[in-house]
Design a protein around this ligand. Structure first.
Ligand code: NAD
Length: 361
């Protein structure tokens, strides 16, 4: 089996971490009998420097013709980089927004996993953490408040701003189905998060989620109000498997969930469309402050590559092997500087990639 992967290294630490993810993917391919052909694609600052724009039509076409997109991160130092002197539509981030739109990536997945070996990084107390937690935040990415009509007007000398939050039932249904499908690959529990005591959009959300749930009798599901969910994430994060929610609630809850893991360099993410196609990238940014020093943690990107195998290529065994190799490396005491603690062995970006690749079996 051969797959086509569009590889967007991006800016800052992007090229360093994508190189390690490719190394690990290739090793997984060797072990599990598939090959990956990469096409390098420029996006963000790297594309501005060459083409004057953060994303070209050719770049979009290459991504569309691929089985999946693996990405590092884009953007530079927002105070000092000349990219941020350009008008907003020409800046690095505009490339990513345009690509998400062109590829119709409506479902964003962010796992928040606390590894037993990194418990020290979690800001929560030991009795709350137990032996760690593993949840997936599933956020709707192309609807809701961030894409609704908005305007600012002045009435009788007083400024007034409007943002509208709309969802239609089809938008809710497709993300809900995705959420239940993902739960079937995990621990078969969905917590659907809304504000149905106040918002009409949430009441429709709840109704459609209940309809979709009927097709997944093996999955247990519950509804939770967003304010309660924000509390439960720090009170008892172990209760969650898949958290399914709309755009703005997901934006806030996914950052909260990632902070309770305490390790930004460990957090993967995926954005999917209605087919198997997806874009996979770490949750963190391009970390220009540490770029080119071989100290960035490549694990978030490597775990994103594992998600690529699982969700776009159906290579679940290879994905499991990568995740197990990451755990093994942590158990063996290797750490990049961002997750370093006393008594452990500090390694650089490349070495971490080598150590994980070696442990794939
Ligand atoms: P950041 O995530 O890049 O960095 C925040 C801090 O975390 C920095 O101290 C950095 O050194 C550290 N860090 C991040 N990733 C790390 C890793 N893998 N290993 C070790 N340390 C790591 O956030 P920022 O500084 O706010 O943003 C920098 C640039 O990234 C900006 O241009 C921003 O717009 C962009 N950004 C891009 C994306 C994306 O491409 N999806 C997401 C977020 C931010």
């Amino acid at each position: 089996m051969n797959y086509k992967i569009a590889a967007i290294a991006g800016d800052g630490i992007g090229p360093e971490i994508v190189a390690e993810a490719r190394k690990v993917l290739d090793k997984a391919g060797e072990k599990f009998g598939f090959t990956l052909d990469y096409t390098d694609v420029l996006m963000g600052g790297a594309s501005i420097d060459v083409h004057g724009v953060p994303l070209t039509d050719e770049a979009i076409e290459i991504c569309k013709k691929s089985d999946a997109v693996l990405m590092g991160s884009i953007g530079g130092n927002t105070s000092t980089s000349p990219w941020y002197k350009l008008e907003p539509s020409k800046r690095p981030e505009a490339g990513l927004l345009a690509l998400r739109k062109a590829l119709n990536l409506f479902a964003n997945l962010r796992p928040a996993v606390l590894y037993e070996q990194l418990k020290g990084a979690c800001p929560l107390r030991d009795e709350i953490i137990g032996d760690g937690f593993d949840m997936m935040i599933m956020r709707e990415l192309t609807g809701g408040l961030y894409f609704g009509e908005r305007k600012t007007v002045e009435e009788n000398g007083v400024k007034k701003a409007y943002d509208s939050l709309t969802y239609d039932e089809n938008e809710i249904r497709r993300i809900a189905k995705r959420g239940f499908d993902i739960a079937m690959k995990r621990n078969k529990k969905v917590t659907s998060v809304d504000k149905a005591n106040v918002l009409d959009s949430s009441r429709l959300w709840r109704q459609v989620v209940e309809e979709v749930a009927k097709d997944y009798p093996e999955v247990t599901y519950e509804h939770m109000l967003v304010d309660n969910c924000a509390m439960q994430l720090v009170r008892d994060p172990k209760q969650f498997d898949v958290i399914l929610t709309e755009n703005m609630f997901g934006d806030i809850l996914s950052d909260e969930a990632s902070m309770v893991t305490g390790s930004i360099g460990m957090l993967a993410s995926a954005s999917l469309n209605e087919t198997k196609f997806g874009l996979y990238e770490p949750s963190h940014g391009s970390a220009p402050d540490i770029a080119g020093q071989d100290i960035a943690n490549p694990i978030a990107t490597i775990l994103s590559a594992a998600m690529l195998l699982r969700f776009s290529l159906d290579q679940d065994k290879a994905a499991d092997a990568i995740e197990a190799a990451v755990k093994k490396v942590l158990e063996d005491g290797y750490r990049t500087i961002d997750i370093m603690s006393e008594g452990k062995t500090q390694v650089g970006t490349k070495k971490m990639g080598d150590l994980i690749a070696e442990r794939i079996s």
